[in-house]
Design a protein around this ligand. Structure first.
Ligand code: ZN
Length: 216
């Protein structure tokens, strides 16, 4: 049964022109919020036609949505231990093309935090996988919550979404918070020699639907 989470409201909206390291550029409208359940500073980036004022009398397509959990090492520094940087870059362009929102969620390292994530990496170097490492550190396998993401969508008056994700848990959690997921769109897979083991673990342990083959 869907339970609508507490109401959040838009705090600020401001234009943010984006340019990535590879030269790709697009205009975003970035939103902050009041009333998010976990008190963290999550952001919504409106992209494509959602970054512009709605044309009078015209209905827009169901927006493409991606909840992206912050990964400082991958998003900012290009760490090869995960695929977060390329996932983020791909998501921004696909959402800008389709029109929609990137929800940038400040839940680093599957929700366990940056320092704990680095400790989990150190454990993984001794041979345990990413989920086992979180358990060994006293955390759940995956502590990410998408309740705040649902609150942000409700605040943006978005009730129906196409979800850009390979992770069935995101769709489940959003639906349980009253968001209608009309379609789930798979993301590309960004395999490298350094992250293939991590991605295999995601498939095995997290029910992700990924096709893993290293480029020849
Ligand atoms: Zn990452």
């Amino acid at each position: 049964m869907a339970l609508r989470p507490p109401t959040a409201t838009i705090r600020t909206q401001v234009e943010l022109p984006l340019r990535f390291a590879d030269g790709y550029a697009t205009d975003a409208l970035v939103f902050s919020f009041d009333g998010l359940v976990d008190g963290r500073e999550h952001l919504a980036f409106a992209l494509g036609d959602r970054a512009a004022a709605r044309p009078a009398g015209r209905r827009r397509a169901v927006p493409l949505i991606r909840p992206h959990s912050e990964c400082l090492t991958g998003d900012v520094f290009g760490s090869q231990r995960c695929d977060c940087g390329p996932q983020l870059r791909e998501a921004v362009e696909r959402i800008a093309d389709a029109g929609g929102y990137l929800l940038y969620l400040r839940q680093e390292g599957r929700g366990i935090g940056l320092y704990s994530k680095l400790e989990a990496y150190a454990l993984q170097d001794t041979g345990v996988d990413t989920y086992e490492a979180n358990l060994a550190l006293g955390h759940a396998e995956d502590e990410r919550s998408y309740v705040a993401a649902a609150q942000m969508l409700h605040a943006l008056r978005v009730s129906r979404v196409a979800l850009l994700s390979n992770n069935p848990d995101k769709a489940r959690q959003l639906r349980s918070c009253g968001v209608t997921v009309v379609a789930q769109v798979r993301t590309g897979v960004h395999v490298s020699a350094a992250n293939v083991r991590y991605l295999e673990t995601k498939v095995r342990r997290g029910e992700h639907t990924l096709d893993l083959s290293l480029p020849a």
